[in-house]
Design a protein around this ligand. Structure first.
Ligand code: NAP
Length: 237
């Protein structure tokens, strides 16, 4: 691998993926909305290896931003998408704001579609989206996020046909300790201690667990139109 773009790479799972890649000498472009977050991530990544680190400011929900990411002649080997804004998603549908629902669909599902649209002809190896366990084990909350996550499997299958031989896959994480939990206003460590006992793996996932899964589907040239579950056995509970 020589160059990977990670949309959402400024933190969490995307950052963990960038870290592994840069450490092994692969060039990365990390993309997000906050320039400060991206600059801090780049400074940290530049300490871990020889891969070149670029940053790109873009909101995945805005077509002009996504088009700009792929403008010009430069090609990338792989694109990974981890971007999601989960602000306000938790709670029953009857009480949920419709603006929040549109925002979730606009960024997580339509944003992934925009990446497929504008990365066509620019990505040579693979495109990997991130869905989530709630598509497969709905919990009576954040139902719109579950719907967006479920839709990503169908989107990846369709794009795997359209973009072939570029491969298109989905990683479906279970509970993983990343900054996204900070938006939920809970005692994260207490919650994780309780949640981990429900899982066959008896622990919460780490960002690196997910990074390794991304690498597996990027590198295995016979995996396409696949959802890889990396959830500690959560679907069995
Ligand atoms: N952590 C879990 O337990 C878990 C479980 C299941 C699924 N997931 C999924 O895993 C993915 C990665 O999440 P994470 O846990 O690594 O969380 P995270 O640390 O919050 O990472 C999300 C990243 O996406 C970026 N982002 C958010 N909205 C964006 C937008 N509109 N355009 C471009 N970038 C945007 C954020 O940066 P900016 O704010 O600077 O844009 C941030 O760097 C998400 O799709 C999430 O739904 C997470």
């Amino acid at each position: 691998m020589t160059e990977v773009m990670i949309i959402g790479g400024g933190s969490g799972m995307g950052f963990a993926l960038a870290r592994v890649l840069v450490a092994e000498g692969t060039d990365v472009t990390i993309v997000g909305r906050s320039v400060e977050r991206l600059d801090a991530a780049r400074a940290e990544l530049e300490q871990v290896g020889s891969g070149r680190v670029r940053t790109g400011r873009a909101d995945i929900g805005r077509e002009e931003d996504v088009a700009e990411l792929f403008a010009g002649n430069r090609q990338v080997d792989h694109v990974a998408v981890t971007a999601a804004d989960a602000t306000g998603v938790y709670g029953p549908t009857a009480l949920a704001s419709t603006d929040m629902a549109r925002s979730v669909l606009n960024t997580k599902l339509l944003g992934a579609w925009l990446v497929g649209k504008h990365a066509a002809g620019k990505v040579t190896g693979s495109l990997t989206f991130t869905s989530g366990i709630n598509a497969y084990r709905p919990n009576g909350s954040n139902t719109i996020m579950a719907a967006a996550n479920g839709g990503l499997a169908s989107l990846a299958s369709g794009l795997a046909i359209e973009m072939a031989p570029v491969r298109v896959n989905v990683i479906s994480p279970g509970w993983v300790d990343t900054p996204i939990w900070n938006q939920l206003g809970m005692d994260k460590q207490a919650a994780f201690a309780e949640l981990s006992q429900r899982l066959p793996a008896r622990r919460i996932g780490t960002p690196d667990d997910i990074a390794q899964a991304f690498l597996a589907v990027m590198r295995n040239q016979f995996i396409t139109a696949t959802v890889l579950h990396v959830d500690g056995g959560h679907r069995l509970t």
